[in-house]
Each structure stands twice: as structure tokens, then as C-alpha cells.
Design a protein around this ligand. Structure first.
Ligand code: ACO
Length: 335
């Protein structure tokens, strides 16, 4: 018994925010953003839309694409760093919105690596034989949590809102060369760098109050990042773990048909391609259109690649991600 991705869906809120729009708010420029990151535009939600709302739309599409009835889903894994509320996890809100009944819900907090961590968990639950169809969602509403003034421009220009979902289903494999299945996933973390990319507040580790006026005045409720350090670690760790998981799967990098990397920065992805000697044309990027949607980037990329006819059934996919924690992960699957 193995697992495979039987359905894919994504949802991006309709409001487009261009780099020129950000110029009006953040003392930045289209040229700076495009040169440093490759981002041209991103999507932002309206005030009435939450992370679970985006996840709902993506999930419905993934369920339709898998050609299953939603009652067949026996577990939800929800990856996000921008939950509807601190608790309970956003997966419970999604379960209720989808009307799924009392199925297992697991929220995971691995940020940009969240989708691949979730894929690994889903794969293991399916292989155990206890679950048949797992809904794995990555969804983020970043726009409500960014400092949209010049003070926050270093981080504020990078992120966008969106959701991607897949259905991970069980399958009996007789031919690994043609049949869709997940071959391997590899997951890593190094908490020594936890404060290199983080959201300091609200916090139980910074005094008597979880949230104080001082924290607000200092902007500690906005994400903070040491961009250079993230860049150095991301390129090294993504390439190392991707190469490792491809080898473990019995393939060489040249055998991979398409690479779906996390979309933090076009330069990170081009550097990973360069380090591994990957043909850039095999790396499918969406960052130019959607910015960094954290846990949602890989399923959104997968959905876009399928719709553009770039990712076809039977292809071998190599995926890698790096994010806050630091956490990083890689996976190989046949679609
Ligand atoms: N617009 C204009 N100028 C800016 C902006 C902005 N949005 N942000 C910073 N600057 C200025 C800085 O103030 C600085 O000015 P100075 O030289 O006068 O002091 C100058 O640009 C250079 O700043 P750096 O931070 O050194 O810029 P750098 O070249 O390192 O690029 C970037 C920043 C793009 C974030 C880069 O470090 C990077 O690619 N890091 C990778 C991290 C990343 O992409 N994270 C995404 C989220 S994490 C994840 O998903 C893995």
C-alpha cells in the first residue's frame, strides 16, 4: 500500500497588488523588488476573508479533481503560519466549513516547509493502512499581518495570500515507473536559527503579558527576518536534501521531469538549480505572480503547472522547501 496525489486545487484571492501599489505604501520600488526577489505582484484578501476561507475554496477544487465525495476524506492536515486564531487550529474551522464530520484534524506549524512536512505525514498515515483519503492544505493570509509602512518594507514586499490543497490517497503499486505514488520525503530542522525568521509577539517568552503596548510600539507583532542568513541556509539546505532524496529514490537529478520548489525568492531557486546543475527550464515558478504564500506555494505551483500542461500524469516531480525554524524538506513523487 502506497500513497499518491489524487487531486489538486488552489485558490488565490482576486485582489492583485502590484509592486507599484507597494511603492505608494513602503518607500520601495518595482525595480528593487523584481531584482532581489523576482516578484511582480501578489494577491491580498479583503477584510472579510480568513485563512480557512481560502483553504475551503482550494479544498473543494482538490476534492473535485480527485473525483471523490468529501465524505470519503478521513483526515485533514492543515499547514499554516497565519492561522485564523491562535487556537484551535485552523483545520478545525476548515473541517466545519467543509461539513466533514468528526474526521481527524492535524494542524502543523512548519511554515514554508509545512506542505512537504504534511505530505510526509499523510504518506505515513496512508501507508499504515488506517487512512484512505487525506486532505492536505497549505493556506496563508499574510497581508493582514504585515507592516505596510517603510519600516516593514524588507519583509512586507515578499509575501502574498493564497491556498493550495491536495488529496493524498492510497493505492496499490505494481509498476513504479508509471504509476503515481510518493517515493520519498526527507524532513529536517535546526532550532539554533529560530530567531532568524520569526514573529516575536504575541509571546509567552517575553515577560508577564502575552501582548503589551511595548510590543506593539516596537513592531514585534510583525515578522522579522535576517534575509542574508536565510538566503545562505536556504540555498545550501534545499540543494543538499533534494539531492539526497532523489538518490534515495533510486534516481538521478537528470531523471526528474519538473522541480516544484518553495517560492520564497526567485534567486534562491535559481541558485539551487545552479548548485545542482539543474536545467532552469525544469524549475516551475509562480513567485512572479503570487509572491511567497509560504505553506501554500508548492500545491499552488503544482496546480498551475498542471493547468499550464507543464506537469503531466506519470512525470517525476522533485520538490524542496526551506523556511522559518529553520525547517527544510524535500520530496520525490510521481504524479
Ligand atoms: N525596497 C527597497 N529597499 C529595500 C527594501 C525594499 N523592500 N528592503 C530593504 N531595502 C534596502 C535596505 O534598507 C538596504 O539599504 P542600505 O543598503 O541603504 O542599507 C538595501 O536595500 C539592501 O538590503 P539587504 O537586506 O541587504 O538586501 P538584500 O540584498 O539582502 O536583499 C532579500 C533582501 C531579498 C530579502 C534577500 O536577503 C534575500 O533574498 N533573502 C532570502 C530570504 C527570503 O527570500 N525570505 C523570504 C521569506 S523566508 C522563506 O520563505 C524561506
Amino acid at each position: 500500500m502506497r500513497s499518491y496525489i489524487s487531486g489538486v486545487g488552489s485558490f488565490l484571492p482576486p485582489k492583485v497588488v502590484t509592486n507599484f501599489d507597494l511603492e505608494e505604501m513602503m518607500n520601495t520600488s518595482d525595480e528593487w523588488i523584481q531584482q532581489r526577489t523576482g516578484i511582480v505582484q501578489r494577491r491580498w484578501v479583503d477584510e472579510n476573508t480568513s485563512t480557512s476561507d481560502l483553504a475551503y475554496e482550494a479544498s473543494i477544487k482538490a476534492i473535485e479533481n480527485a473525483k471523490i465525495d468529501k465524505s470519503e476524506i478521513d483526515m485533514i492536515i492543515f499547514a499554516t503560519l497565519s492561522p485564523d486564531h491562535d487556537f484551535p487550529g485552523t483545520g478545525c474551522f476548515l473541517q466545519h466549513k467543509l461539513g466533514l464530520g468528526e474526521v481527524t484534524v492535524l494542524d502543523i506549524r512548519q511554515q514554508c516547509s509545512g506542505f512537504l512536512y504534511g505530505l510526509s505525514i499523510a504518506d505515513k498515515f496512508i501507508r499504515s493502512g488506517e487512512h484512505k483519503h487525506i486532505l492536505l492544505v497549505g493556506a496563508e493570509v499574510h497581508s493582514k499581518g504585515l507592516d505596510k509602512t517603510p519600516r516593514g518594507r524588507d519583509v512586507g514586499v515578499l509575501f502574498g495570500d493564497g491556498a493550495g490543497a491536495v488529496i493524498v490517497s492510497s493505492t496499490a503499486i505494481t509498476d513504479t515507473e508509471t504509476q503515481a505514488h510518493i517515493l520519498n520525503t526527507a524532513l529536517y530542522a535546526d532550532g539554533a536559527h529560530a530567531k532568524e525568521l520569526w514573529l516575536p509577539a504575541p509571546s509567552n517568552a517575553m515577560g508577564a503579558e502575552r501582548m503589551s503596548q511595548k510590543m506593539l510600539d516596537e513592531g514585534l507583532h510583525y515578522p522579522q527576518m535576517n534575509g542574508r542568513n536565510v538566503f545562505i541556509h536556504a540555498t545550501k539546505k534545499m540543494s543538499e536534501c533534494l539531492a539526497g532524496v532523489v538518490t534515495k529514490s533510486g534516481y538521478q537529478l537528470k531523471d526528474i521531469d519538473i522541480f516544484l520548489f518553495h517560492q520564497a525568492n526567485m534567486r534562491i531557486n535559481m541558485k539551487v538549480a545552479e548548485l545542482l546543475g539543474i536545467d532552469e527550464s525544469k524549475v516551475f515558478n509562480t513567485i512572479q505572480d503570487f509572491g511567497n504564500t509560504t505553506a501554500a506555494t508548492i500545491p499552488i505551483g503544482m496546480d498551475c503547472a498542471i493547468k499550464k500542461g507543464v506537469l503531466k500524469k506519470g512525470m517525476l516531480v522533485g520538490s524542496a522547501a526551506f523556511g522559518a525554524g529553520f525547517t527544510w524538506a524535500a520530496s520525490v513523487w510521481r504524479y
